[in-house]
Ligand binder design. Structure first.
Ligand code: ASP
Length: 343
């Protein structure tokens, strides 16, 4: 009897110590809502407040999960859902239009503990694509599902499906009309399309959302969700659903979510490159991210930014554009949000 009591007391002591140790561990979340030509003069005070409030709401949704001892994956999804459900961002509700006047959404998520990942590309009827990406990761033998197949998969799961028109917004429609006018004027042939798309104002795609989180158990996760680029055609897929390009997480290095001109982020394997520098060169995450954004991407014309979080809770959010909607909150601290360069 005494032995059993001793054993129980011992086990309780061990779990108490584990819990106490976990209580001490740092946890953190960082989010972005897209990078681009965001200058103070381009936003009214009301718009600026609306963005800051929504960023804070997203941060706090993710933070609450972490504070209660929840998983980094849950925190990432909670934060991204808030932004997907808002018309302010180019993801879910506020997604940009394709050239043909529809919406095609991309998203991906990665678990830094196991390096498992899930992604969906070109989905048209999924209200919260990040949720479906997570189901692909946890509930299918695949990493990336696209278009009709992804929706077929969604139908057999409890995923909120909506009409494509649900994503219609006046503001994004105006951006499409402008972009189409420019493309149609300049595009005599498809070959000219590349140059014309490159010349489209960055503002026509700003608003991709992403989150990176570190939980009390020391696990990192990253996720990204987007409507892609205004006036995209031919089933174009950007970097956001591409693991290694727009999203990456590995407990041994860092978690990254990217936003910017997707073609460059794919070609330069941006998210994985940052984590590789951390893991193999021993660079601090902030230095690795700065280098990739400013010294690798910028010289070749790749515009955008990243949010990065390492296993010690260090956060970096570099970008090479005028601004990036962003925010972070670390254990015990308050939520910080920022939009412009000099904040
Ligand atoms: N990276 C996204 C894409 O290329 C767009 C963005 O982040 O602004 O689809």
């Amino acid at each position: 009897m005494n032995k059993i009591l001793c054993l129980i007391a011992g086990l309780l002591l061990i779990s108490f110590h584990t819990l106490a140790a976990e209580d001490q561990l740092p946890f953190a979340i960082a989010i972005h809502g897209g990078a681009g030509t965001i200058e103070k003069s381009s936003l009214t005070p009301e718009q600026e407040t609306a963005y800051r409030d929504k960023l804070e709401e997203a941060l706090n949704a993710g933070y609450a999960v972490l504070d209660e001892g929840g998983d980094s994956l849950d925190a990432v999804v909670a934060a991204i859902n808030v932004m997907e459900n808002s018309p302010l961002f180019n993801a879910g509700k506020g997604a940009v239009y394709t050239y043909d006047g529809t919406h095609e959404l991309d998203a991906s998520i990665m678990d830094g503990r196991t390096r498992e990942a899930g992604a969906v590309a070109g989905v048209k009827r999924i209200a919260n694509p990040i949720n479906l990406a997570r189901m692909v990761m946890e509930d299918s033998p695949f990493v990336m599902l696209s278009g009709a197949g992804a929706e077929e998969f969604a139908k057999s799961r409890s995923v909120r499906m909506v009409d494509n028109k649900t994503f219609d917004t006046e503001r994004r429609r105006k951006q499409l009309d402008k972009a189409r006018e420019k493309l149609d004027r300049e595009n005599k042939q498809d070959n000219d399309y590349k140059a014309s798309v490159e010349a489209l104002p960055i503002s026509s795609r700003v608003g991709t959302v992403g989150a990176v989180a570190l939980d009390r158990h020391g696990n990192l996760a990253a996720g990204t969700s987007t409507g892609g680029m205004t006036a995209k055609r031919y089933g174009r897929i950007g970097d956001s659903p591409v693991i290694g390009a727009g999203t990456f997480a590995d407990n041994r290095s860092c978690a990254v979510s990217a936003t910017g001109h997707g073609e460059y982020f794919i070609r330069y394997n941006v998210a994985a490159d940052i984590c590789a520098r951390v893991q193999y060169q021993g660079q601090p995450a902030a230095a690795a991210a700065e280098e990739v954004i400013h010294k690798v991407l910028l010289p070749v014309g790749g515009t955008g930014g990243v949010i990065v979080l390492d296993a010690d809770g260090n956060i970096a959010m570099p970008f090479n554009t005028e601004g990036m909607y962003r925010g972070s909150r670390s254990s015990g601290g308050a939520a910080n949000t920022a939009i412009f360069k000099d904040e």
